[in-house]
Design a protein around this ligand. Structure first.
Ligand SMILES: Nc1ncnc2c1ncn2[C@@H]1O[C@H](COP(=O)(O)OP(=O)(O)O)[C@@H](O)[C@H]1O
Ligand SMILES: [Mg+2]
Length: 349
């Protein structure tokens, strides 16, 4: 039987370029070669699509993070599909291992829809809504989930009265950022203006939220045969000197680890799992998502955000959560591909 040709799309123009490369390296090493034939498509930082050789190292080497090389053969990607040197690149499925804008936000998904190419994960709408916290939060609330009290400021249009009723400390964060980029914890009014200005460097919309005191707990959702399943929950443990789960804590200095909490009161894990599935369905997600919560000292479960393409290196939270449930990395990749192959290649599916 012919193997299913899977295009792994990675890199991209967002701040999560390197993480995406490492995720792609992980998938390439673990994908089931009996059934699948992987093809590597990289997107450079400037947005050029290139064909990447399988022998390329996509791991951290001598402290250097991998990135997509600009000098590789260009791929022409349009609504007729993908071409290299005028020859069409035959693929059966696209695995968009991209994080952040132009990848996780529905844009690549839209291109695939136009080109009639199936892909792993959420469609245009769910991807776009999940990426923009100012839209995702009201949808979560309408589905009965708790969110942090907060407001949305639009560049050039906001007024100080919007923030008046919020209590400090506050979090200032761009509506569509990832990796904690542009996010600041503000302890007093005097620090607010700088934090807002900083946030606006990353987006035209900025969220101001009350800081939630609690543990950060994450849950993976995986669709198997059309049914959304929730993983065991994992807790982010920040080591060292970080005020919150910021960019450095996330990626740069092994400052965080995942623990599987065994001290949650009875029923709380099940409640978080249920909330994760509610969030997944509320946004109309498909395939996979990682849903991030705060669990407060008073026992409240507050949703923070949903990621439609969570970090996917073999040591990332999402694969770790599923490994805990007995679904190892290779099997997880197969599940995602199978879920995507079940769907038709058209928007009105
Ligand atoms: N309202 C909040 N209360 C407490 N901590 C927060 C709040 N909002 C964000 N944070 C902290 O900032 C981190 C990044 O914010 P998040 O909303 O998850 O954005 P990103 O998409 O960049 O991951 C969170 O993991 C958490 O540590
Ligand atoms: Mg986050």
């Amino acid at each position: 039987m012919a193997k299913t040709r899977i295009a792994i799309l990675f890199g991209g123009q967002s701040s999560e370029h390197e993480i995406s490369c490492i995720s792609a390296g992980g998938v390439l090493a673990a994908i089931d070669r009996e059934r699948f034939e992987p093809i590597l498509i990289g997107i450079t930082r400037s947005g050029k699509w290139v064909l990447v050789a399988q022998a390329t190292s996509l791991a951290i080497k001598d402290g250097q993070l991998p990135e997509v090389d600009d000098s590789l053969p260009a791929i022409n990607a349009d609504i007729h599909g993908f071409k290299v040197d005028g020859k069409s690149l035959e693929i059966d499925l696209l695995f968009p291992l991209l994080h952040g804008p132009y990848g996780e936000d529905g844009t690549v998904q839209g291109l695939c829809e136009m080109a009639g190419i199936r892909y792993v994960g959420s469609g245009v709408l769910a991807s776009a809504v999940a990426m923009d916290k100012s839209f995702a939060k009201p949808i979560f609330e309408a589905a009965g989930l708790k969110v942090a009290p907060g407001v949305v400021l639009k560049k050039g249009e906001w007024t100080a009265t919007q923030i008046e009723n919020l209590s400090y400390p506050l979090f200032v964060k761009p509506a569509r950022s990832g990796s904690s980029r542009g996010t600041t914890k503000v302890k007093a009014f005097g620090e607010l203006a700088d934090a807002i200005e900083h946030g606006f460097q990353f987006d035209t919309k900025v969220l101001i939220e009350e800081a939630i005191v609690g543990r950060e707990i994450e849950c993976g959702v995986l669709e198997i045969a059309g049914i959304a399943n929730a993983s065991p929950v994992g807790q982010i443990k920040i080591l060292g000197n970080h005020e919150f789960y910021d960019f450095e804590a996330k990626y740069l200095d092994d400052a965080t680890t995942v623990i599987f909490p065994d001290d949650l009161p009875h029923g709380v894990e099940a409640e978080i799992q249920e909330a994760a599935i509610t969030a997944f369905k509320a946004l109309g997600c498909e395939g996979l998502a990682r849903v991030d919560f705060f669990y407060t000292e008073t026992g409240e479960i507050i949703i923070n955000e949903l990621n439609t393409m969570p970090g996917f290196t073999p040591t990332s939270m999402y694969p770790k959560l599923w490994s805990r449930a007995g679904v190892e990395y290779s099997e997880l990749i197969t599940c995602l591909i199978d879920a995507a192959l079940l769907r038709s290649a058209h928007v009105t599916r």
